[in-house]
Design a protein around this ligand. Sequence first.
Ligand code: WT7
Length: 647
Amino acid sequence: MANLHPVPAEFAARARIDKAGYEKLYAESVSDPEGFWGRIGKRLDWIKPYTRVKDVSFDISDLHIRWYEDGVLNVSANCLDRHLATRGEKTAIIWEGDDPDDSRHISYRELHAEVCRAANLLTHLGIGKGDRVAIYLPMIPEAAVAMLACTRIGAVHTIVFGGFSPDSLASRIADSQCKLVITADEGVRGGKRVALKANVDAALERPNTNSVETVLVVRRTGGAVDMQVPRDRWWHALMEGQSEQHDPVPCEAEHPLFILYTSGSTGAPKGVLHTTGGYLVHASYTHECVFDLREDDVYWCTADVGWVTGHSYLVYGPLANGATTVMFEGVPNYPDSSRFWQVVDKHKVTIFYTAPTAIRALMREGEDPVTRTSRASIRLLGSVGEPINPEAWEWYYRVVGESRCPIVDTWWQTETGGILITPLPGATDLKPGSASLPFFGIKPAIVDANGNLLDGATEGNLILTDSWPGQMRTVYGDHQRFIDTYFRTYPGNYFTGDGVRRDEDGYYWITGRVDDVINVSGHRLGTAEVESALVAHVSVAEAAVVGCAHDIKGQGIYAYVTLKVGVEQSEALRKELIAWVRKEIGPIATPDYLQWAPGLPKTRSGKIMRRILRKIAENAPDQLGDTSTLADPSVVRNLVDERMIRG
Ligand code: WT7
């Protein structure tokens, strides 16, 4: 029986949504979504108000998802201009540098001025409504400025996490045909420099990247870079002459807002496309409700803007709500593992949102780095990215939050745009490890492998039976893939790819991915991507990759590699292959284990049996299950023996 943490008295007393309120509003939101979301949509400033709220069909023969369709708005005007009258001098962004002595406060008025200048600059460079712009920046204020400037002119940004390799950057640029890349000379994380501009140079050597006309370079470190004239231009030099006046470009509610690439079970990462109106309604409304946002909060989400969490809950949600949002350039353990809590004390952070992998890593360092800080300002904690194990939850609750702060464990995905299953701090009793109950308007259901709906306390695959405003609209350039990936498995429903259990109180417990996606430190990787990086090496004939349990990362990467005939197995080659994957995709894809596989377990039709490979990786050879369809059983015996030797 899970340890129940009831809503704290202080939260119950001032709750905007209490337990009864949640039940009432939830019932209304699912019985009358038009009425509910029609009302919530008014939280934004619309240039032209919508009259139609929802036009959705999950039927695969006529799939379409449209929200607030005839409304017109501008995202940057909602995040900036409308706050100027009442919050002009309020801090919009607190930037905390990698170096603890480096920080800056940027007011709404200052941010507005910067974004206007940047919008004028983008226009000057020939970027217009609908054009794609790649952003490959470290966690510096210019990242938010660049995002908002794109939205101001209706350009579509695609942010590529600064930890991705030139190849990963190139494939995203090629797929979305960007005209502009915004980068920095170098990034700085944990005292180390990352050669961003050099990575862009390498990426633009790759095929199909000719769409790029300009590379704008922000000076972060002053490190040496090659400027290729006339392609490469300095951000600061061009920003200087720009006006601080700019009229936001009106955008239809369904105008594309951004593309964000994410891994799936097969093939290259997909360009998840989000649109303007519904996304911002959902991001801002969830941000306010889930984090119980108040005017004087200092809110800190530790995610990088390269991930969807950074989009929705570092930039768009908080700024649309006029909040003060902290942007942190560094890492949790630099200069030491007290850093998060030092930053909390320095800026009097009240709401803190991070990932279970960070909690587990810090937990390993013991309580002292936490308890030697005050953290008195914190009142609410959040978790996102992967299931949080109850031990990590309890440590986060007891040590970081001193048993006074609720934890909102928020389940969602890149595809969902915002939070879908979550506690509300004034309404939901918490069970460590459970994301708890659906947010307003969200209709989760559980099905078995054959698509039969399962009632009551049960376990199976998680689907969503109706739409919500923040839902992705398509896979950029490949609508068929959108339909096939999310709507074909359980026709008429959105399939999340996650397994889930529902308990007797109706609480949801996400059990993890049920497809070939691995969740490494809260970041998604497709096994197919790592495999194709491995087989791109001259020595590799074949590779199979599975996820395996990892104490800190949640899941690690376990690779089985078959070498080409005549290539010798060696420790040196093993290291070389691991480094190769790291270079091909980026450090997050570095395999944790690489086992030589003279052969891979396959069915007679040649399909790799990953289920078996997962069990071998777990070192559980007695749980291989049904092996009768194996083409060659000796292959498995070899792999098991080899695995046993390592222990
Ligand atoms: C996958 C989505 C949501 C933004 C960050 C990750 C897993 C996410 C939770 C949670 C259990 C979670 C799921 C999901 N996941 N949050 N609170 N509890 N699992 O976005 O990279 O699109 O990954 O992350 O497996 O499908 P993403």
